[in-house]
Design a protein around this ligand. Sequence first.
Ligand SMILES: C[S@@+](CC[C@H](N)C(=O)[O-])C[C@H]1O[C@@H](n2cnc3c(N)ncnc32)[C@H](O)[C@@H]1O
Length: 311
Amino acid sequence: MIEKKITSLDFERLMSEKPNDFIAQKIAGYDLRYAEISEEERDSFLKKIISTLLDQSLPFSGKHRHEQWEKGWGENFDELLKSRDKDKMMAAIMPRYFGKYRVVRLDQKFVKPITENFEPKILGLILDWLFDQYLRDVEAVYEFGCGPAYNLFRAREYNPSADLWGLDWAESSQKIIDKLAEEGFDRKLFSHKFDYFNPDKDFKLKKNSVVFTVASLEQIGDRYGAFVDYLLENKPDVCINVEPIGELLDEDNLLDYLSVEYFKKRKYLSGYLDYLRQLEKQGRIKILRAQRSYTGSLFVEGHSIIVWAPI
Ligand SMILES: C[S@@+](CC[C@H](N)C(=O)[O-])C[C@H]1O[C@@H](n2cnc3c(N)ncnc32)[C@H](O)[C@@H]1O
């Protein structure tokens, strides 16, 4: 087995941009090691994807999933209450869905991760890269669809003084955030209930703020219009989306094609980037970045990046 490791040069090739010294150090620190897989292993992963795509009982996203999210983060909340040890409490809020299969997507191939928690680490690296560029000077940061809110603690590393807001339609998410705030994890950490399908117009964003989403807009299929209207009205400085974006993948490539089919099957985000491009043509927003990350899990390349700003 030949071991490989993601270097700054790899990152530059994937993101089409040279990382600065700070991010180069992060890349080295995460120590993202992996091995290539054999043809037989690739076939067995392809078979797994195809049989999943043919499975009629696969759950799909939408309004009916509210209870599942409530329950899922409720389990993390129960776990959080079991300990007062800070490290154990942070571990309690990590979602359980990472690393289910010993394979990830990298550069349109399957590879076998060697480093523990490879997938959340590489997603974390993408967020580091974005937060380093966009979060440093703002007064408030809002994560919509934040779940247990661990991304907000990463945001804090890039801005020591901003208000950090975690929003989600599941109340168990607010319970987690409120508990962490109460336990003194962060003195400017706040929560609010917010449903993308029915945005709370009374919840106003502060001036000089950044909004971000990570794998949560994915859950609303083609029903992002109300949320985008809400953002256009509130005018944050920048909106960052790290989400599955079919428009950025190459359907002539087998792995990309299967990823797009999986997005369709799960009724993930669809047509969002095209919609933003229309808004840009109308002079209502500016798209600052729209790029794939060439990283993902067995089923999807789910960490594409869009950064845009209301005008
Ligand atoms: C895959 S989780 C991602 C959570 C978090 N952003 C992260 O990176 O771990 C998807 C999140 O979207 C939230 N979500 C799904 N539909 C939503 C809706 N209509 N309004 C607000 N949040 C929603 C879920 O409750 C869940 O917390």
